[in-house]
Design a protein around this ligand. Structure first.
Ligand code: URA
Length: 454
């Protein structure tokens, strides 16, 4: 800290931000350091987050915040990997399981993918929660375990820890309960501080907009994307931002165990897997191959990723990754086998099912992902309080996608519900049934990508 700068108390720092003044890099660092040395208490954090939420932050503040959070713990370092360490991060959506097949697919293309992921936030599902529906899967790894996994297998999907970005862990948990999640400054620093720890050569960010995303409009998503792009460039990370639609669920499945089943179906390249999911993964993975010059064009990059699904190499990497993260070899072997009964017996779904039936003949115009995300969350597939234990067996399997034709009285979704569903969420069936919008005239399949900032 420079000797000329007067050191303010923590309440004075909060007041400065509350009054719309810019905090200096030293002041931001003082606040972030205070999270771990005891100078800053939960009440200070809540007040500061709300001040940031209301006043926003300047570019200098966001950069300082990101770097101070990155430096709140250890950083990962790799044994001389040149230009091949990559990652992808999404702001969160419904049915968004892109990371789960993407990390192994990239590893199968000889990339190194240390994917530090998050848990569900609000109605949006979390990659770590989904993976924990696999018995034995460990999300908390030591730095040594991460480096070993990335060296031996090429990919790992794990959480922050007391050593890796403890500041984000702390701030994230307080944001979730103080209505301060949807702040551009806080989202940018949260995402990029995690990515900056990984010492990346390429990063793809997927910024969602729509009814079930933090950003409700493409215009707001674009403002966030601009910030993410600018700050990541300032931090020296080669980044590409996708702005994608999140009014309709991604793929056919929503819910923890179901989304692992759907990810496995894609990695096995089973007939009937979701083309919507496959295309988004090939696009974002292909972009990382292009960013790191492993592909000469985006078309080549997309095909390289698609080939890893067709030839089983992504599935093999997934098998090796989950064993490296604590799953027993026998469970891993059953999951990647073609024995559907074995897969279902591991990734158990609730035996209480409800069908959603179309009341009209026509074409699927939209499927309200906000409703479906809310139903899964309220029935136990997501958290209402941070201490809630998840019910992995809850989920919704869609039988239709936007653009498909549908008959009157035809089922369009199956809900796997807990036994006490009506008690937990009395209107769940009405909300499910009202989520389908049918058009009398043909509807084009969904265009997910709104814009790419590269
Ligand atoms: N993902 C994150 O990691 N942080 C946020 O704040 C939002 C989405």
């Amino acid at each position: 800290m420079s000797t000329s700068e007067h050191v303010l108390s923590i309440p004075d720092l909060i007041a400065k931000k509350r009054d719309g003044l810019e905090l200096s890099p030293n002041e931001i660092q003082q606040f972030i350091t205070g999270l771990s040395n005891g100078d800053v208490q939960d009440c200070h954090v809540g007040a500061m987050l709300m001040a940031i939420y209301i006043q926003g932050m300047t570019e200098r503040e966001i950069c300082s915040m990101t770097m101070s959070m990155r430096d709140s713990g250890e950083r990962l370092s790799w044994p001389n990997y040149r230009g091949i360490v990559v990652d992808k991060h999404s702001t969160g959506g419904i049915g968004d399981k892109i990371s789960i097949p993407l990390a192994p697919a990239l590893a199968a293309c000889q990339m190194k993918v240390p994917m530090m992921s998050g848990r569900g936030l609000g109605i949006t599902g979390g990659t770590l929660d989904k993976l924990e529906s696999i018995p034995g899967y460990q999300t908390q790894l030591t730095d040594e375990q991460i480096v070993q996994l990335i060296t031996n297998v090429g990919c790992g999907i794990f959480s922050q820890s007391v050593k890796l970005n403890p500041a984000d862990r702390y701030l994230y948990s307080i944001r979730d309960v103080t209505a301060t999640v949807p702040s551009n400054a806080l989202i940018v620093s949260s995402i990029l501080s995690k990515k900056a720890i990984e010492d990346l050569d390429g990063l793809v960010l997927d910024i969602k907009y729509g009814s079930s995303a933090f950003m409700k409009t493409p215009e707001n998503a674009e403002v966030l994307a601009d910030w993410l792009f600018k700050v990541s460039e300032l931090l020296g990370m080669k980044t590409c931002c996708y702005i994608t639609e999140m009014n309709n669920p991604i793929g056919y499945c929503i819910g923890n165990a179901l989304e692992i089943q759907e990810s496995l179906d894609l990695m096995k390249y089973k007939q009937g897997h979701s083309a919507d999911l496959e295309d988004l993964i090939c696009e974002q993975g292909g972009r990382l191959l292009l960013l790191t010059k492993k592909a000469q064009t985006i078309e080549e990059g997309r095909e390289m990723i698609r080939d890893t699904f067709k030839n089983g190499s992504a599935l093999q990497k997934f098998h090796d990754m989950i064993i490296g993260q604590g799953v027993s070899p026998s469970i891993a072997a059953q999951l990647v086998s073609n024995d559907e009964n074995a897969v279902q017996s591991i990734l158990k779904l609730s035996d209480v099912t409800h069908q959603a039936i179309s009341t009209q003949k026509g074409y699927v115009q939209s499927i309200a992902s906000f409703n479906l995300g809310t139903i899964v969350q309220r029935l136990g597939g997501g958290r209402l309080k941070s201490t809630d234990k998840l019910d992995f067996s809850v989920g919704i399997r869609l039988l239709k996608h936007v653009g498909d034709s549908v008959q009157e009285n035809e089922p369009w979704a199956i809900l796997y519900a807990p036994h006490d569903a009506s008690k937990r969420y009395p209107s769940f069936l009405d909300d499910l049934n009202s989520s389908l919008v049918v058009s009398l005239t043909p509807v084009q399949p969904l265009q997910r990508i709104y814009k790419i900032l590269a």
